[in-house]
Design a protein around this ligand. Structure first.
Ligand code: SF4
Ligand code: SF4
Ligand code: SF4
Length: 195
């Protein structure tokens, strides 16, 4: 069995910073730290880092409450104080450096302003921009797009819609729409088409 090489902290930091969403950055950092692997020698880190990961996942997954942010802050503060190694302290510091961003509290309300957390966003079709060309229908593997291709000799066609329950948020449709009629919005937005 090949032994996994431990990633340098600077590399984890660089990779985490590539994420757009602040909560995703913190989650990425702690997941990489735990994959390290974390040695488990000191209590605040060995228990706290797992607990912080659970709560960060709740934020990303849309099931978090304000208590989760309070707990993540407490865990990171304890880790900074009581961790025996630099890696533990720096992981906690990275979280504390990001936790005051308004993105954390927005995630509790179901908003990811970077559109990176899939549970917080949805794809919709802007009716005014849809020309009913049918290209998106052909690429959607999940049969989530509802609509009938426009025929020039017929009138009364409706713009296409996305059935949210079937959409797996793969993003294939947005890449092919020639009129940029497909957009990403906050999952809580009620669109005019009512899907
Ligand atoms: S802070 Fe460092 S020494 Fe302590 S459990 Fe975490 S990784 Fe191990
Ligand atoms: S690809 Fe765009 S314009 Fe064409 S049907 Fe789909 S949403 Fe409408
Ligand atoms: S995001 Fe993917 S699953 Fe959803 S409608 Fe577009 S192509 Fe279909």
């Amino acid at each position: 069995m090949t032994e996994q090489k431990e990633k340098k902290l600077e590399d984890i930091k660089k990779e985490a910073e590539q994420k757009k969403c602040t909560v995703q950055k913190a989650l990425y950092f702690i997941e990489e730290f735990l994959a390290g692997p974390m040695c488990g020698k000191c209590f605040p880190c060995s228990c706290g880092s797992y607990e912080a990961r659970i709560r960060l996942k709740r934020l990303v997954g849309g099931s978090a409450a304000n208590d989760d942010i309070v707990s993540i802050r407490r865990i990171a503060s304890n880790m900074i104080e009581a961790s025996m190694c630099k890696k533990g302290k720096d992981t906690a510091k990275f979280i504390l450096d990001h936790i005051d961003s308004k993105e954390f509290s927005e995630h509790v309300s179901g908003i990811c302003s970077s559109s990176e957390c899939m549970e917080h966003i949805k794809y919709i079709i802007v009716p005014e921009k849809c020309t009913m060309c049918g290209i998106c229908l052909e690429v959607c593997k999940d049969d989530a797009i509802i609509g009938e291709k426009k025929k020039t000799y017929l009138s009364g066609y409706h713009p296409f819609e996305i059935a949210q329950k079937r959409c797996t948020k793969c993003g294939d449709c947005i890449k092919v729409c020639p009129t940029e009629a497909i957009i990403l919005v906050d999952a809580k937005v009620k669109e005019a088409v009512g899907v």
